[in-house]
Design a protein around this ligand. Structure first.
Ligand code: 4NP
Length: 168
């Protein structure tokens, strides 16, 4: 069902630890939404499939790259729960392992489950690589940015919302 224009669309990004990729995606997507004048219409959050870092702030390199791009952000890591499936309209996984985890948890068809890079059609990669051990945060930022822009365009079209999107 299509929601009314001023009704909230709710988006949650999901990775493994909720300290590197999904908090970066949350911050970048929220920034993009704000630039488009839709901050009141789109709620954004992030979580992880693993509980290793619950309560921790984002990884220092995630915070650094966000700072470099002028994006303010605070977050405490949390685990994805059954309640999140009720609350959020879109659960957007950073990689196929995260998506498989979400698919195993899903008991009804309410939330749309997808991969972030589904929304970056020019990108051959399907997974945003896990930077925790190999540290490729610059590549992760680039993929997150492109996926976030495509995701917003997708939501605007699907929900018939108008945004002054600065996506180019
Ligand atoms: P993230 O990265 O899923 O992008 O937050 C990771 C963070 C922590 C771990 C793995 C990936 N870990 O194994 O603790």
């Amino acid at each position: 069902m299509t929601k009314a224009h001023n009704e909230s669309v709710r988006v949650m990004f999901v990775c493994l630890g909720n300290i590197c990729r999904s908090p970066m995606a949350e911050a970048v997507f929220r920034h993009t939404v704000k630039e488009s004048g839709l901050a009141d219409c789109i709620e954004v959050d992030s979580s992880g499939t693993g509980a290793y870092h619950v309560g921790e702030p984002p990884h220092s390199e995630t915070r650094q790259i966000l700072r470099e791009h002028g994006i303010e952000y605070t977050h405490a890591a949390q685990v994805v729960t059954a309640e999140h499936f009720e609350h959020f309209d879109y659960l957007v996984a950073m990689d196929r392992d995260n998506l498989a985890h979400l698919q195993r948890m899903s008991h009804n068809g309410d939330a749309t489950l997808s991969l972030l890079l589904d929304y970056a059609p020019d990108e051959r990669k399907r997974d945003v690589p896990d930077p925790y051990y190999i540290g490729n945060f610059v590549e992760v930022y680039d993929l997150v940015l492109r996926g976030s822009r495509g995701l917003l365009e997708h939501i605007l079209a699907e929900r018939q919302l108008d945004g002054a999107t600065k996506t180019r």
